[in-house]
Design a protein around this ligand. Structure first.
Ligand code: T3D
Length: 261
């Protein structure tokens, strides 16, 4: 089903919509493959300068499709190694994407679905959203990068609480612990998320990609390593037209226009 992941580009934003609302956008093999293709398309299309990830219907994403998973478990097929084959490449495609990614969390984000939201750069949630680290509920450890992303987002104590207790964290609580940037009424989410993504799409794309790389990978290095990455990426940013124009605009007391190069 080609429509299981929708992909649309407008105003510099690629909107990627998980689209299996009847099963709360649970991740089948096909969805995982299409999502990876969509991310690759967004990465390589120069017209795309920001990505918006969301879910159709009342959920963001309920994680691994347990129907498909159950059928595999009880057949000779085995698990098919979906963590290595799908989840790990998806998380890397998102964190290494040289363009900002906004997750518009419209409803429940569970298991690997929460992992996708955490791999985005900003999360904006509806009051109806919740985050459920469902892994332990089905006897699994953390995957989809959540052992790395979640403690960095909310600290180790809260990450452990979410992972071990596996209870839903409602949007308002997610805002309090810094897991999301903003919570809006459900009917306001699409516009608010689009506004945020379009704002990023009209910003200094090369600088954003440097910031992503510095924060994601710098945090895992020692200070000299992080300083080295900052220096290397800053050299690249300093050579962009956006940097030159924005500096001149500042001196001329004008608002800069960023072209993403
Ligand atoms: O090797 C590997 O594969 C490891 C990889 C693992 C990665 C993971 O993501 S593990 C975690 C998998 N996800 C879950 O355990 C979450 C399961 N779902 C739920 O706990 C609940 O559905 C929710 C809390 C997310 C939402 O609850 P609620 O009450 O709002 O909705 P519901 O009634 O439970 O679900 C509505 C429908 O969606 C229902 O189908 P039906 O009865 O209307 O035909 C339900 O079966 C379906 N659904 C929900 N989640 C999944 C799903 N179908 C398949 N897979 C799902 N994950």
């Amino acid at each position: 089903d080609k429509e299981s992941v929708r992909y649309e580009v407008s105003h510099g934003v690629a909107t990627v919509t998980l689209n299996r609302p009847a099963s709360l956008n649970a991740l089948t093999t096909e969805v995982k493959e299409r999502l990876l293709e969509a991310l690759e398309q967004a990465r390589t299309d120069p017209a795309v300068r920001a990505v918006l990830l969301t879910g159709a219907g009342r959920a963001f994403c309920a994680g691994q499709d347990l129907d498909e998973h159950g059928r595999r478990l009880s057949s000779d097929e085995g698990l098919g190694d979906t963590v290595r084959k799908h989840y790990n490449p998806l998380v890397l495609a998102m964190t290494r994407m040289p363009k900002p990614i906004v997750a518009a969390v419209n409803g429940v984000a569970a298991g690997a679905g929460a992992g996708l939201a955490f791999a985005a750069d900003l999360r904006i949630a509806s009051t109806e959203a919740s985050f459920l680290m469902a892994f332990a509920n089905v006897g699994l450890g953390a995957d989809t990068g959540t052992s790395w992303t979640l403690p960095r987002l909310v600290g180790q104590a809260r990450a452990m609480e979410m992972l071990l207790l596996a209870e839903p964290v409602p949007a308002q609580r997610a805002l309090e612990i810094g897991l999301v940037t903003r919570v809006v009424e459900p009917e306001a989410l699409a516009d608010a998320a689009r506004e945020l993504a379009e704002r990023l799409a009209s910003g200094p794309t090369v600088a954003y990609s440097a910031i992503k790389a510095e924060v994601a990978f710098g945090a895992a290095l020692d200070l000299p390593g992080a300083l080295d990455i900052e220096a290397r990426l800053q050299d690249q940013c300093a050579e962009t037209l956006d940097h030159l124009n924005a500096t001149l605009a500042f001196l001329e007391k004008q608002r800069p226009t960023f072209q993403g190069r």
